[in-house]
Design a protein around this ligand. Structure first.
Ligand SMILES: Nc1ncnc2c1ncn2[C@@H]1O[C@H](COP(=O)(O)OP(=O)(O)O)[C@@H](O)[C@H]1O
Ligand SMILES: [Mg+2]
Length: 364
């Protein structure tokens, strides 16, 4: 998450992974046929050809990644690239065809029905685009619904639900029905419902796609705030690059069922893995994503002692403001140590898409 990293949020990447996904495949089609595809010569065919030749659709193809504790892991890709299939495979709402999958070291593919129910209710809760709110129930009862299924007592679940309603900013609307709420408010109810179960991981499948841009932005801020406050691990699916860059600690970019690049927003924008990714990020304002860590150069005589100080994770936009105000280079300081300086030439190079001083080009 791109929010300031103070507060109580867990430090991403300091523990063993929450989800570990390895060589995962999902091939739709007659089962006997589908299971043979990952190991066959068809495995490397483009999706359309595979479909033509076998009648099967490989929606997820040999996908490998970890979701680290406390991070927002974004899966991004165009419509049809396999994002929904992938996230549904993670709790076996869709049964993977091949590969391995674990949560906190426990093999998800070996779970029986009861254990799977437990997984979906308590450990990895899905937030869908259409929240499936119950129209005849109040906001409070909708939020309490998941807890009701879990067998939590009425008093306890209403107390918990009220707490979550407040958390997502819906205080005062507890007794309304979903039909009496705006789209954004309905999304908040869905979010509160997922949070009420206190899952270890929240899985979002394009929850904000149907919202108009302003409300969408508001909901992104809401997710960012919740993540910042609680440090809850999140897997967030989106086809929207801006959303991915705003929310993701790391982004997996999918194309045709495969991950074509996995990295931080800065890595994806600054060092695209291939022409497809380069094309994808072409219009991103680099200065909003690239950090001063990649735009700095070594300090020379006296520079390490003077000028405004920036954290290594500060963006080039922030640095431009600092440099413009003081009229000279700004220092990049980490725990009291000066790592280097950024000056107008280095910052303009980023904006212009020219190679940065550390040699990692940001050119398009
Ligand atoms: N139940 C299904 N049966 C056959 N093909 C499917 C099924 N679900 C999805 N697909 C296909 O798998 C591919 C990936 O779909 P999906 O995971 O929904 O992509 P995304 O969420 O990125 O839009 C698409 O080609 C889609 O048509
Ligand atoms: Mg989808």
């Amino acid at each position: 998450m791109n929010a300031p990293s103070t507060g109580t949020a867990a430090v991403p990447g300091t523990d063993s992974p929450v989800f570990a996904v390895d060589g995962l495949w999902k091939v739709f089609g007659p089962r006997r046929k589908a299971v043979r595809i990952p190991e066959s010569e068809y495995a490397s065919l483009p999706a359309a050809e595979l479909r033509e030749q076998t009648g099967c659709t490989a929606a997820v193809r040999d996908v490998t990644f970890d979701v680290r504790k406390g991070e927002v892991f974004v899966v991004m890709g165009l419509s049809g690239s396999g994002k929904s299939t992938l996230v549904r495979c993670m709790t076996r709402l869709i049964e993977p065809t091949a590969g391995s999958l674990s949560i906190d070291g426990e093999d998800v593919l070996a779970m029986d029905a009861a254990r799977l129910r437990e997984l979906r209710r308590h450990r990895a809760a899905m937030v869908f685009q259409h929240f499936g709110l119950l129209p005849h129930r109040t906001v409070l009862d909708n939020v309490a619904y998941g807890l009701e299924i879990q067998g939590v007592s009425r008093i306890d679940r209403r107390a918990k639900a009220a707490e979550m309603v407040a958390k997502v900013g819906l205080e005062g609307l507890e007794e309304r029905r979903p039909g009496q709420l705006s789209g954004g408010q309905q999304q908040r109810v869905g979010l509160a419902r997922a949070l009420a179960a206190d899952p270890e991981v929240l899985l979002f499948d394009e929850p904000f796609s149907a919202l108009d841009p302003l409300i969408r932005r508001e909901m992104q801020d809401e997710v960012a705030r919740l993540h910042h406050e609680e440090g809850r691990t999140m897997v967030f699916i989106t086809h929207d690059l801006t959303e991915a860059l705003r929310l993701g600690d790391r982004i997996a970019l999918m194309r045709d069922g495969k991950i074509v690049q996995l990295g931080t927003p800065e890595e994806i924008v600054g060092s695209p893995a291939d022409d497809y990714v380069r094309d994808f990020v072409r219009d991103v304002p680099r200065e909003q994503v690239i950090t001063v860590r990649s735009a700095m150069r070594p300090a020379v005589a006296g520079e390490a002692e003077h000028g405004p100080a920036l954290a290594p994770a500060a963006t080039v936009v922030e640095a431009i403001e600092a440099v413009a105000r003081c009229g000279g280079p700004a220092r990049v300081v980490d725990r009291g140590r000066c790592l280097g300086v950024v000056d107008d030439a280095g910052l303009l190079a980023v904006v212009a898409g020219l190679p940065t001083p550390d040699g990692r080009g940001v050119a398009a």
